[in-house]
Design a protein around this ligand. Structure first.
Ligand code: LLP
Length: 452
C-alpha cells in the first residue's frame, strides 16, 4: 500500500520545522479522496508522523517533565505504539485502556491508571496488572477507592487525584477540575494520603486535571490551578515524605477554527514551572487532544443535497455516531470539500447532517461551503482526538474503519464494523440460551428468556 501515501499529509519541509498546528487545508485533497475510494467512507485517517511531531513539541516545551499520553483521546494500538516508541507513558482511564496500553508494549512503569469511580472489574484488572507489571501506578480519586484497593490486597504504588476546585476547558461538560465527581477535595487530600501511607501503600504522587481543551486565554486559571497543586504537593511531602511525581493532568487546547491561534506551549510550560514553585518531585503532564487532534481527519461522502426554504441540507454518511463532538459540545470542526473543482463552485450556506434520527445529528449549520453535490467527499478536520473513541452503534450503525499513515506507508488499522458486529452480543446470548436448553440444562428457550 506504500505508494498511496505520497502527499496525503503535508510534506515535512525540514526548513519548516514542526509547525504548531496542521490546518485542514494543508492535507492533500487528491490523496485523501484516493483513500476514501479505496477504503470507503466514513473513514478516519490518522497520520502517525504528525502524532510524533506533536509529541516532540510537547517534549521540547517540557524538557523536565514526564509525559503520559491520555489514551482516552485515541486508543488505537498504532497510536499507543508510536507514542511508547517516542518515549511517552500512557495514562489509562479504564481496564480496557490498560489492556490496550499493555498490549501495545507498555512496561508497568509507563502506565498510570486514573480510576474514576472504578467498577469492581476494573479495579481487579488493575490490581492484577500491577502485580504482573511492576511499576504500574494506580491513581485513586476517592477514599473509597483506596479502601477498595486495600480490600483487594493492593498496597503498591498509589497516586491521589485531588480536586483543585478550579476548572477550565472548551465546554462546561469537560471542566473536571471544579466538578466534585473528580478527586478528593483539596482540604482532605493530605489526610487521605497520610492514611494510605500508614496502611502500607507506596504513596508516589499527587494528581489533578483542570479540564480539557484549555485555550491560551485561560493561562491565569492554569497558573492558579498549578499553584494550588504545588502547595498541595509540598503539604503532602511534609506529611508522607518525598513524592515521585506531581501530575498536573492534560487539557492543552488546539485550534479548531481556521482563525484560532495555536497554544503558545512555551508560555504554558513557563507558567506551569513558575506556578508550581519548588517541589522535590517530577512534573508530569497527561496530554491527549494536543497529541492527536490535528493528526486526524474524518472522511465522509455526500449522499443527499436538499434545498429547504431556510438552508441547503447536505446529508453525509458520517453522523453523531461517528463523530459525537458537534452534537455533544456544539464543537466546531472545519469541513472541506475534497472534490477537484470545489474551489470554483459557488459558496452557499449549508447544514451538513448525518443519517441518525436526531436533530442533534448535525456537523454544522448554515456554514458557507462550496456547493455540495451527491458523491462529493468531505473532510472533517481535527478528528484525531475524541473522534473514534466516542463513536457508538446507535441506530444499529456499525462504527467506521481507521487507516493510518506513516512515512510512505498506509495501512488499515481497524476494519469497518458490520451489522453482524452490532448484533453479535445479542446473537451470542441467544445461542447460549439455546445451547443450554438443547443440553437440557435449562428450561425451554422461551422460559429461559423470561428468567433473564
Ligand atoms: N487526564 C485526565 C485525568 C483526563 O480526564 C483527561 C481528559 C486528560 C488527561 C486529557 O485531556 P486532554 O489533554 O485531551 O484535554 N470528550 C471531550 C474531552 C473529554 C476529556 C476528558 N478527560 C472532547 O471531545 O472534547
Amino acid at each position: 500500500m506504500s505508494d498511496r501515501r505520497e502527499g496525503v499529509s503535508p510534506a515535512t519541509d525540514p526548513g519548516a520545522g514542526n509547525p504548531p498546528v496542521r490546518r485542514l487545508a494543508a492535507w492533500d485533497a487528491d490523496a485523501l479522496s484516493g483513500l476514501a475510494a479505496t477504503y470507503d467512507t466514513p473513514l478516519y485517517v490518522l497520520d502517525l508522523d504528525r502524532v510524533h511531531e506533536n509529541y516532540r513539541r510537547l517534549e521540547a516545551a517540557f524538557p523536565d517533565a514526564e509525559i503520559y499520553y491520555a489514551a482516552k483521546a485515541n486508543a488505537l494500538g498504532d497510536v499507543l505504539e508510536t507514542l511508547l516508541d517516542a518515549g511517552a507513558g500512557i495514562e489509562c482511564a479504564s481496564a480496557g485502556e490498560l489492556e490496550r496500553a499493555l498490549a501495545a508494549g507498555a512496561a508497568g512503569s509507563e502506565v498510570h491508571y486514573t480510576a474514576v469511580n472504578p467498577p469492581a472489574t476494573d479495579l481487579e484488572y488493575a490490581v492484577e496488572a500491577a502485580d504482573e507489571h511492576p511499576g504500574l501506578t494506580i491513581v485513586a480519586g476517592a477514599r473509597d477507592t483506596v479502601d477498595r484497593l486495600a480490600e483487594r490486597g493492593y498496597d503498591g504504588r498509589l497516586g491521589l487525584r485531588v480536586n483543585p476546585g478550579i476548572g477550565a476547558g472548551h465546554h462546561e461538560k469537560v471542566r473536571t477540575g471544579s466538578d466534585a465527581k473528580f478527586g478528593v477535595p483539596a482540604d482532605r487530600a493530605v489526610d487521605v494520603l497520610a492514611d494510605a501511607a500508614d496502611r502500607g501503600f507506596d504513596v508516589v504522587g499527587i494528581h489533578a486535571h483542570v479540564g480539557s481543551g484549555v485555550s491560551g486565554d485561560a493561562l491565569e486559571s492554569h497558573r492558579e490551578f498549578v499553584a494550588r497543586v504545588g502547595d498541595l504537593a509540598r503539604d503532602a511531602a511534609a506529611t508522607v515524605g518525598e513524592l515521585e511525581f506531581v501530575d498536573v493532568g492534560g487539557g492543552f487546547g488546539v485550534p479548531y477554527r481556521e482563525d484560532e491561534q495555536p497554544l503558545d506551549l512555551e508560555a504554558v510550560a513557563e507558567a506551569t514551572r513558575d506556578a508550581l514553585g519548588e517541589v522535590d518531585a517530577t512534573l508530569t503532564i497527561e496530554p491527549g487532544r494536543y497529541v492527536v487532534a490535528d493528526a486526524g481527519v474524518l472522511l465522509t461522502r455526500v449522499n443527499t443535497v436538499k434545498e429547504a426554504p431556510e438552508t441547503t441540507v447536505v446529508g453525509v454518511d458520517a453522523g453523531m455516531t461517528t463523530l459525537l463532538r458537534p452534537a455533544m459540545y456544539d464543537a466546531y470542526h472545519q469541513i472541506r470539500n475534497l472534490t477537484a473543482d470545489a474551489d470554483e463552485r459557488e459558496t452557499v450556506p449549508q447544514t451538513v447532517t448525518g443519517p441518525i434520527c436526531e436533530s442533534s445529528d448535525v456537523f454544522c449549520e448554515d456554514r458557507d461551503l462550496p456547493a455540495s453535490e451527491r458523491g462529493d467527499v468531505l473532510a472533517i478536520g481535527n478528528a484525531g482526538a475524541y473522534g473514534y473513541e466516542m463513536a457508538t452503534q446507535y441506530n444499529s450503525r456499525p462504527r467506521p474503519a481507521s487507516v493510518v499513515l506513516e512515512g510512505d506507508d498506509v495501512w488499515l488499522s481497524r476494519r469497518r464494523e458490520t451489522v453482524a458486529d452490532v448484533t453479535h452480543p445479542e446473537r451470542a446470548a441467544r445461542e447460549t440460551v439455546e445451547d443450554k436448553s438443547e443440553r437440557g440444562e435449562g428450561e425451554t428457550t422461551d422460559e429461559s428468556r423470561r428468567i433473564r
